[in-house]
Design a binder for this molecule. Structure first.
Ligand SMILES: [Mn+2]
Length: 456
């Protein structure tokens, strides 16, 4: 199936796409407010959309706030300040949340473009969250194709978004069905990004460190510049960087590639890519800070230790304070540990205290024997209830990767870490009891619910 046919098929399956196309159409001039996620996928999605809005002659404003979920009060505040000047709002790559319905009281239509799992859909918004593994960069590319044509730079940005969000893993030949029509259409044009090279491995090379792709390196560069959705910024050590919003820099850099399409297709090294940048001095400095933080964090991870065995899985625990790039470095360390043990299923649990306030737990796995999303979900709900702060303690994820983030600045880690250890210990004791054949049917069910999915 061609990419065009695939988009038509999506249009039939999701008639809301016709309504969204209507909002974007160039029949009358509009002013569109765009909120997108502050990670490479969200930034690329916004860039692809905005490139179209410019061509169509629409006005727009882009906001890339440093939270994943868009707080409705943030939007209401902006609208109060700016008055009634927008014809629509787009919320991109920022979760599919029922609370977005509230916004229809202050602006309509509310268009939600997202690919994350949702427990409940907003009903009054124009929502496009299709079945199948995709990312919002590709969704944005598809939307533009409903009303106009995309070009090489849009293809490039969509590839970066797909790789940054782990939707595609070309080095391992992993291209999900949803992405295949697009990927098949563009891959020959971008062989320079997609052929294996022996060069600096990125944080995406977890099961081996010998080869990488230029696409992976470029995605890592955009991760570094944007803060990656984890707000890893470098203003603490660089006066100039302290003065700017690096996610917006990333967005501007993507737009500034307009006109450099043939240079992009001729790229053979990451240095070439950095040299193409409008502000290559800044980009290079950010990337150097990123790399030195990476080396420092890798050293910190030497202290990760074997916590115990949960059935077929080795569980490792890492704790630290102000650990930079924690989940990415932890993933690479995890891959190394697993390889040293004949690719044994392994889980890395990471806990970080932010000395400026707040905390962060990350969970990563090789093998899906333990459901990390369930653990993060249970812990974040428990802590949110205990602190009565559902907006400030969030968490979740999937089987292989999950997070718990605590944004309460005055929090001490005693209770969160205790709850984490209590949960891990419960899993440990249940796993021991399973080995001893001591669990009845109901207890087995509970063990699975708590995360021991290898018992399913
Ligand atoms: Mn995304």
């Amino acid at each position: 199936m061609s990419y065009k046919e695939f988009i038509e098929q999506q249009r039939e399956e999701y008639p809301v796409l016709n309504e969204i196309a209507e909002v974007l159409s160039s029949d009358e001039k509009k002013n569109i407010l765009v909120y997108s996620h502050d990670d490479p996928d969200g930034v690329a999605a916004a860039a692809i959309l905005v490139r179209y809005l410019e061509r169509a002659g629409h006005d727009y404003q882009v906001e890339l706030p440093h939270t994943f979920e868009l707080e409705t009060d943030r939007v209401k505040g902006l609208l109060k300040e700016k008055g009634d000047q927008y014809d629509a709002i787009f919320i991109m790559d920022k979760g599919t949340l029922t609370q977005y319905d509230e916004l229809t009281e202050v602006i309509e239509p509310v268009v939600v473009i997202d690919h994350h799992y949702t427990a409940g859909e907003p009903e009054d918004c124009l929502l496009y969250n299709p079945d199948g593994a995709c990312c919002t960069g590709l969704q944005s590319h598809m939307l533009v194709n409903l009303v106009d044509e995309t070009s090489d730079l849009d293809d490039f940005l969509a590839l970066v978004a797909l790789r940054s969000d782990w939707t595609i893993m070309p080095l391992k030949g992993i291209i999900p069905d949803f992405v295949e029509p697009f990927y098949e259409e563009v891959k020959d044009e971008w062989q320079n990004l997609l052929k294996p090279i022996k060069s600096r491995p990125t944080w995406m090379e977890i099961d081996q460190r010998e080869e990488t792709l230029l696409l992976n390196q470029i995605s890592e560069l955009y991760f570094a510049v944007s803060g990656g959705g984890f707000q890893y910024f470098y203003g603490d050590r660089d006066e100039e960087l302290a003065q700017l919003d690096a996610t917006e820099l990333c967005f501007d850099e993507m737009l500034a590639l307009d006109g450099s399409e043939s240079a992009l297709k001729g790229l053979s090294t990451l240095e070439d890519m950095i040299a193409l940048s409008d502000r290559s001095d800044l980009v290079e400095r950010i990337f150097d800070y990123f790399k030195s933080d990476w080396e420092w964090s890798l050293e910190l991870f030497e202290s990760a230790f074997h916590y115990g065995q949960l059935g077929p899985v080795d569980l490792y625990l890492f704790t630290g304070e102000d650990t930079p790039l924690m989940p990415m470095v932890g993933s690479v360390k995890l891959g190394k540990i697993s390889r040293q043990h004949d690719d044994k299923p392994t889980v890395m649990v990471m806990a970080n205290n932010d000395s400026e306030g707040g905390g962060h737990f990350s969970f990563r796995a090789v093998g899906d024997k333990i459901h990390l999303g369930r653990i993060a979900d249970i812990l974040s709900n428990q802590l949110a209830e205990e602190y009565n702060a559902p907006d400030m303690i969030t968490g979740g994820g999937h089987a292989l990767a999950a997070e718990v983030k605590i944004f309460l600045e005055d929090i001490e880690m005693a209770i969160p870490v205790t709850r984490l250890i209590e949960h891990l210990n419960k899993l440990y004791e249940l796993a021991q009891a399973v080995e001893a054949g001591e669990l009845d049917e109901a207890e087995l069910e509970e063990a699975i619910e708590l995360g021991l999915s290898y018992l399913e």
